[in-house]
Design a protein. Sequence first.
Length: 300
Amino acid sequence: MKKIALITGANSGIGLATALDLARTGVTVCLACRNMAKAEEARQQILQAVPTATVELYQLDLASFDSIHAMVDAFKQNHKCLDVLINNAGTVALKQQFTQDGFEMQFGVNYLGPFLLTHLLLPLLEAAVPVSGEARIIHVASIAHMLGQLNQASFRGETPYSSVGAYAQSKLGNLMFNFALARRLPKGVTTQAFHPGGVDSEIWRDLPRLVYLLLRLFLISPERAGIMAVDLAVGSAHKGETGGYYSVQWPRPISRIARDLNKQNWLYDKSCELAGITGLNAVVHQKEKPLLATSTDVHF
Ligand SMILES: NC(=O)c1ccc[n+]([C@@H]2O[C@H](COP(=O)([O-])OP(=O)(O)OC[C@H]3O[C@@H](n4cnc5c(N)ncnc54)[C@H](OP(=O)(O)O)[C@@H]3O)[C@@H](O)[C@H]2O)c1
């Protein structure tokens, strides 16, 4: 049976490159995008490159809990299980904005929305294990987490706004969620995070033109980042491995806050409360490979 992968923010950049590469491997790709016109363009692009691909579209706005619930309901109408979830979608908000549920936009879209989505999809990921032997969750994190602090007051924008600070906090959240989740997932479901490198994508669209042109000299292609996403999603070398953090480009530091077990657990519990869900209890599966894999090799 064909594996099924759901990729958020799959209409551009790293998400599109990942979806395209996954389609080449024969996986059914489900593009979860907020703009359906862009999603349809992405589907056509994938079908042009891989005419035999199966590509499904789902509407998803991570800035709205209602939209996240509705997307999962729509997905459940079509599928009983999910093999791969790639939490890729992300945003950079230069000016302070808020999600529909009142959270600071970058915290909400880059971190809390994917946190909720992952938990809602977990029963389907678990259902894939008896069929495929495993299910995988991948988080597109960032080296920017190194600048991140956990500031509870900023979750709802109650502190002076810093775009860089808010982005860094959201990416710190991605990494801490990955580590906390690895201790909680049911057997057979794994979680991995990676830094895609500095990637030439739409995420830089609001930067002043000159700054972007200078920055671009140092950026890599979305396709290069997509190779690692696909490797982590379906590569045989990563089977059974959980709680790893990889990077397409060196260095691959992990901040002290990200490593802090108590802070990981605090953020996990707090996020459950904010997202209105019941969390998972921490467990350790002895047979799984150790947490914090350190390789940067791509094995696909
Ligand atoms: N580019 C880099 O150098 C870099 C470095 C480290 C980490 N990352 C991470 O890589 C991931 C992908 O980014 P990218 O560089 O490929 O940028 P991108 O081309 O801008 O892709 C971001 C995707 O996220 C979607 N998105 C934004 N807000 C959303 C929302 N509210 N609901 C649902 N989807 C939403 C975008 O949809 P629209 O097209 O509708 O806006 C787009 O599809 C992000 O998590 C980013 O933080 C990127």
